[in-house]
Design a protein around this ligand. Sequence first.
Ligand SMILES: Nc1ncnc2c1ncn2[C@@H]1O[C@H](COP(=O)(O)OP(=O)(O)OP(=O)(O)O)[C@@H](O)[C@H]1O
Ligand SMILES: [Mg+2]
Length: 308
Amino acid sequence: MTKTENPRQQVYQELLSAYLTSGGGEKALTVAYEIGRKDLQNGIGLLEIAETHQQALNETLSMANDCVATQSAMNRAASHFLKEALSAFEVSRLCNRQTNDVLIKLYDVFENEAKRIAHRLHDESAQMLAVVYLELAEIANSSPGDTAKRIGDVVGHLDQVSSQLRSLSHELRPIILDRLGLMPALRALADGVRKRSQLLIEVTGDTEGRLSASLEIVLYRAVQEALANVCRHARASHVDVHVWREANSLYCAVSDDGIGIQLSTDGTTISQGLGLIGITERARALGGICDVSSRPNFGTTLQVTVPL
Ligand SMILES: Nc1ncnc2c1ncn2[C@@H]1O[C@H](COP(=O)(O)OP(=O)(O)OP(=O)(O)O)[C@@H](O)[C@H]1O
Ligand SMILES: [Mg+2]
């Protein structure tokens, strides 16, 4: 047998060769499974395993001309061996899928709860405020001028409370998102942030039709977090939110002209925050990715890409 310089390749080749030339056996398949499990643990990728297997098979076949087993029997056995070596990867893939499913369900629970609180905040507080408005109007009608004026001031404050509650409930669960879709909801979100922060925010692009409810909420939350980050960290004056469809994916980018993400001396981000992690996890659960790029004093761009 040709010696290879790679000990992992050599072990694989010896085991495969023994399995193919000696007619197989359960024990050898268990060893194949163990090889795959260790490779998975050590971060070896599927492509590398495929290459290792192919090299080992070529080597074994080239030296097995006088072997009793036919080439096609050897090829069949080799594919059994490979399946065993890959089965740890398959288990891990299935676990990943289950984790994703659980994550998606958790996010659903969270969103439904946000919806419930938003509706209560919106509807119940509006009813209570309506009663207070009526009572104040009655008191004002039967009060002398000075008191009536002070009640007018209180009504002015109540108007502010009422509009704050409305905008809070919309942010918690934007009703407009369910009713009209992502772009109108992003414009409404940008309006709210613009009023509070004085940032210049432009929302452009098009989803070219409605998206699934889970995609819409994930993209909405991503932009919501990105805008919150711009307000808190970027010291920016201008933000672009752009949404577009390309091939079978939907892209959503939020770019600001701020100071960029500050890094510590060892090049890592300083924050222990959860916002960007949350966006990344939610995008990943839908098979997408979240990419953040930043340059000191040249702003930050957060881009989420999700498959349609
Ligand atoms: N647009 C931005 N401009 C400058 N720095 C940013 C920007 N977005 C994020 N960062 C930096 O990246 C860090 C991580 O952001 P992330 O949203 O994960 O956490 P956070 O905002 O600090 O906390 P949390 O979102 O959990 O309330 C921030 O602390 C900040 O330093
Ligand atoms: Mg944040």
